[in-house]
Ligand binder design. Structure first.
Ligand code: NAD
Length: 523
């Protein structure tokens, strides 16, 4: 009882990271309430599923209309709660969700249609096989703060359209954006029981993981992902893990340095460097190294840091001071170990507690912490290389494998290098925008996680595959239903020959002999 009381008083507080303004304080549900939300969703899910995909698509259409109507309000809320510049909130969150909804509206019906399975085996020709895609039931979603709308919304919409109910545990830093998503979905016609937001911190997430969900889609850090995978393993709960990244950018000797340097600066500093897909390790061919650094420095000096609600601002604050201190220590350590600081390298306390100057480090070596651990802040770390082979080796020398980019004027060469990089996505001559391609699967290899979100592969995660098979000759007993013996074995050998022998004689003998076995059946 005492524990219940303690848990019931848990709260999360939402702040504006640019100003420190308290936006709202919210009570968190107790563990029992989280379990109850899942139980209610479980009870309601069959009705939602039976509604059919066309009706659910109609609900998504309505959601798309409402989100489009409220785009500016939603983007401003994202900026106030997560700090990113308004235009980034509009493009990398609202637009991404509108387009993901478009993808689901266009594709969900076809996706859920049963797929015939042709039987290649001669022995199985009398059967009709189909693949059914069925909803799991209740999908738990646990999401991070850095893309507080696009990450939970894309997963939620894919889960809902395929007939699942969803219980979402958003990041404790961005509860308000999730509550806005909930409000829009309800207005669009999603029943209360079918989509519930349970606000809270890690312990609320842990409660959701323990509840009777059928699958968990988790996006967040590697350490939390590993803890979740361990707990899920105990009950064999299927999980999708979208974890951290340390994305390399490979600038080959024939790259357009003006284009590549702009991409590096944007790719490293967008969302104040707090993107799983940020450019974190920039490898540049030695022949272009100094001119690339000079271009990056010049472009970085023009960037304006401040409150993302002001239209001229390029880089907003980091999410909280703890995150800033981690980045600060990575940068300081790299400089102490010999990295060259070209610009930045310090907090900007005059702007507020969470601002950090966009930073460029040159001559960073592979063994430095800043090249091995995820750097969730506005830092561009640059290193030279001498050959494509070395660039690929450096790119693959990481525990992460989320995404990568290759920069060259020769796209064939770029694609050849891209095929050698171990990652979930490799872009040639662009970075990060893969997240905005609704058809493209998003996800990583190695410590960057397992499973996929977005596109058709994201939809596949939301369904169970069932194989349905119907015999076309129900009145006929199967020849292999006993009757074993020497004659039967011989006939079966002949039957194997019938299918796989390349000699006409053996094939004909096989056909005649295997036909005879039908008569010898005992059962
Ligand atoms: P985090 O791991 O600290 O938290 C993520 C979510 O998990 C939050 O909602 C948090 O409350 C919850 N959580 C924490 N402990 C938990 C526990 N024991 N059980 C259940 N839930 C728990 O990550 P973060 O700081 O919110 O997000 C940043 C990380 O997310 C970075 O590593 C980033 O790379 C990663 N990320 C990955 C992707 C991707 O698509 N691969 C996208 C965005 C962010």
């Amino acid at each position: 009882m005492a524990t219940d009381l303690q848990i019931a008083t848990r709260r999360v507080v939402s702040f504006n990271p640019a100003t420190g303004e308290l936006l709202r304080e919210l009570d968190c549900p107790s563990d029992a309430e989280v379990h109850a939300a899942v139980a209610v969703a479980r009870l309601a899910q069959p009705t939602w599923n039976e509604l059919g995909v066309e009706r659910r698509i109609r609900v998504l259409r309505e959601f798309q209309k409402l989100l489009h109507r409220d785009k500016a309000e939603v983007a401003r809320l994202i900026t106030r709660e997560a700090g990113k510049p308004y235009v980034e909130a509009l493009l990398t969150e609202v637009l991404v969700v509108l387009d993901a909804t478009r993808f689901l509206i266009d594709n969900a019906f076809e996706f859920l249609r049963e797929t015939p399975v042709e039987h290649g085996s001669f022995a199985m020709k009398t059967k009709r096989g189909r693949i059914l895609r069925e909803a799991h039931g209740v999908i738990g979603i646990i999401s991070p703060w850095n893309y507080p709308l696009s990450i939970p919304a894309v997963d939620t919409l894919a889960a809902l359209v395929t007939g699942n109910a969803v219980v979402l545990k958003p990041s404790e830093f961005t509860s308000l954006v999730s509550l806005k998503l909930q409000s829009l979905l309800r207005q669009a016609g999603v029943p209360e029981a079918i989509f519930a937001v349970v606000v809270g911190d890690g312990s609320t997430g842990a409660a959701l993981l323990q509840a009777e969900i059928d699958k968990l889609v988790f996006t967040g850090s590697v350490p939390t992902g590993k803890r979740i995978a361990q707990t899920a393993a105990v009950r064999l709960l299927p999980v999708v893990l979208e974890l951290g990244g340390k994305d390399p950018m490979l600038v080959l000797d024939d790259a357009d340095i003006d284009v590549a340097s702009s991409a590096a600066v944007w790719g490293a500093f967008v969302n104040a460097g707090q993107a799983c897909l940020s450019v974190e390790r920039c490898y540049v061919h030695r022949s272009q190294y100094e001119s690339f650094l000079a271009a990056c420095l010049d472009k970085t000096k023009k960037l304006r840091v401040g409150n993302g609600l002001e239209p001229e601002i390029d880089i907003g604050p980091m999410i909280h001071e703890r995150q800033l201190r981690i980045v600060e220590s990575q940068v300081n350590e790299a400089v102490a170990q010999g990295a060259r600081l070209l610009t930045g390298g310090s907090p900007l306390p005059k702007l507020g507690a969470n601002f950090y100057a966009p930073t460029i480090l040159a001559d960073v070596t592979q063994d430095m912490r800043i090249m091995r651990e995820e750097t969730f802040g506005p830092v561009l770390s640059v290193t030279p290389f001498d050959s494509d082979d070395e660039a690929v080796r450096l790119a693959n020398d990481s525990e992460f494998g989320l995404a990568a980019s290759v920069w060259t004027r020769n796209t064939r060469r770029g694609e050849a290098v891209a095929r050698r990089v171990v990652a979930g996505t490799v872009m040639v001559n662009d970075t990060i925008s893969c997240f905005g391609i609704s058809e493209a699967p998003h996800g990583g290899v190695k410590a960057s996680g397992m499973g996929r979100s977005h596109g058709r592969f994201g939809l596949e995660e939301m369904v169970r595959v069932k194989y349905l098979d119907t015999d076309r000759m129900p009145g006929m007993k199967k020849v292999w239903w006993y009757g074993y013996g020497e004659r039967f074995s011989g006939a079966m050998e002949a039957f194997v020959d019938l299918q796989f022998s390349r000699s006409l004689g053996q094939w004909t003998r096989g056909a005649l002999k295997s036909l005879g076995v039908v008569k010898s059946r005992k059962l």
